[in-house]
Write a protein that binds this ligand. Structure first.
Ligand code: ATP
Length: 425
């Protein structure tokens, strides 16, 4: 239940092991601070006394282990305290993982720390649990790797990507994950069914690169990984969960909020004695989001990529000749023309085929990834440097205007196009 829209400064006293759940108003930000005691937001401790500003629509909880007083300034959509949370079970998982990290660090033979994968339906709190596990680990000095396989609501970079990044500090409750140098692969769509084979191929590429990095880095190997997944758990979605477990050699599977998925995974993973499958309760605080809201937050993520979370970045508008840029699309078209096939055979679409795209008005408002590929045939196996956004196509002068986070030349002339678009508002 909500408590409406009071706009004065007010205080909330939290008993131990309870949380204040907040949805910020739709049009104004909310200021909040910890007055006394200790409290955390999704695993990251709040600094005492310092006002934090949360943007409109933000949904979060301030949890306290030992009791705290919180002060709020501004309106909320809802705010209420809850004393029933699954936090104790979550922190127990953290303790087990921490034990395994210590073991890994101490033993030269099995120096691999826990590889945790978080699975469950949409709105079960997967991203939030991943975040807590990462922040608690970072607080203890580990450098776990965060892998986000969620192409719809990922938290590392723009939508349509899978990505990984080391977490060296507890995650900032407002800013989210700080982007030093994430390893990003561009899938280009926000649902995996668009091109399942491409999705799998990219997951494999990402896993291979991480594996290579771990070989040379005992600290991150012992710290392990936390892998966040999509909420698609039926049919092909289930197959993709198994594929991810396998590809990353996950050894701890955390199933949130679904008995059926838990029992399916437990049965199918019985044959792998080194994989633990654990069932965890979904928090009552997790907010369900409509597909319209998801669409909006994807658009917001793209805006954030170019302009920053608090409008603190200023992207550059650049102009290039059509002939300077090479745009490619992955998958789709047939492998060979019908005329080249035996009579009666259907041309089969090759999901990993890389095909050039003509620059025309269709590129307007498209988000393109800037590939690190040196040659077009390396596009599927290459990660991306970042994104540009096409704001104008001048067919007469054969010029393309685009927004880029930086001025000057792009790190590569190979651009990848999917179905990701954005309308700047
Ligand atoms: P998806 O499958 O769509 O990625 P998810 O399972 O990862 O969803 P989350 O993103 O973790 O779900 O949570 C959904 C929303 O609920 C988020 O906005 C998150 O901040 C909010 N939320 C999670 N836990 C709580 C809580 N205890 N109190 C208040 N809000 C919460």
């Amino acid at each position: 239940g909500g408590t409406g829209t009071a706009s004065t400064i007010r205080q909330v006293k939290l008993e131990k092991e309870s949380e204040l759940r907040i949805e910020v108003a739709n049009d104004t930000p909310l200021r909040l601070r910890l007055l006394n005691g200790t409290a955390e937001i999704f695993g990251t401790e709040l600094p005492p006394q310092i006002w934090l500003t949360f943007p409109p629509h933000f949904k979060f909880a301030v949890f306290t282990w030992y009791g705290a007083t919180i002060e709020m300034d501004g309106t909320t959509e809802t705010d209420y305290t809850a004393d029933e949370t699954p936090m104790v079970s979550y922190v127990n998982v953290h303790a087990v993982l921490d034990g395994r990290r210590n073991q890994a660090k101490a033993s030269p033979e099995s120096s691999q720390g826990p590889r945790v994968i978080v699975v469950g339906p949409t709105d079960s709190g997967k991203s939030t649990l991943s975040r807590m596990l990462l922040s608690w680990a970072a607080k203890q000095g580990w450098k776990p790797t965060f892998v986000d396989l969620d192409i719809g609501q990922g938290s590392i970079t723009a939508p349509g990507c899978i990505a990984a990044t080391p977490i060296e500090l507890p995650i900032d409750p407002v800013e989210g994950i700080s982007l030093e140098m994430p390893l990003v692969y561009f899938y280009g769509h926000t649902t995996p069914s668009q091109n399942v084979d491409l999705y799998k191929a990219l997951v494999k590429e990402l896993a291979q690169i991480l594996e290579r990095q771990f070989t040379g880095n005992a600290e991150s190997r012992a710290s392990g990984m936390v892998i966040n997944t999509m909420g698609w758990i039926e049919g092909v979605g289930y197959e993709l969960i198994l594929h991810a477990i396998d590809t990353f050699n996950a050894n701890v599977v955390l199933v949130l909020g679904q008995e059926k998925l838990f029992s399916m995974l437990r049965d199918v993973l019985k044959s792998k004695p080194n994989v633990d499958v654990l069932k965890l309760q979904k928090s009552g605080g997790v907010v369900s989001r409509s597909s319209k809201f998801r669409q909006k937050s994807r658009s917001y993520r793209i805006r954030e990529y170019f302009y920053g979370i608090a409008n603190d970045l200023s992207p550059h508008s650049n102009i290039a000749n059509f002939s300077d840029l090479f745009v490619y699309r992955i998958g789709g078209g047939p492998q060979a023309p019908r005329s080249a096939l035996p009579i009666g055979a259907d041309p089969v679409a090759n999901p990993l085929r890389v095909a050039p795209v003509n620059i025309d008005r269709d590129l307007l408002h498209v988000v393109l990834a800037v590939s690190y590929a040196q040659e077009p045939d390396q596009i599927v196996s290459s990660n991306v440097a970042g994104f540009i956004y096409v704001t104008d196509i001048d067919l007469q002068r054969r010029k393309i205007t685009y927004l880029s986070p930086t001025a000057g030349e792009l790190p590569s002339k190979y651009l990848v196009m999917g179905t990701l678009t954005w309308l700047e508002t």
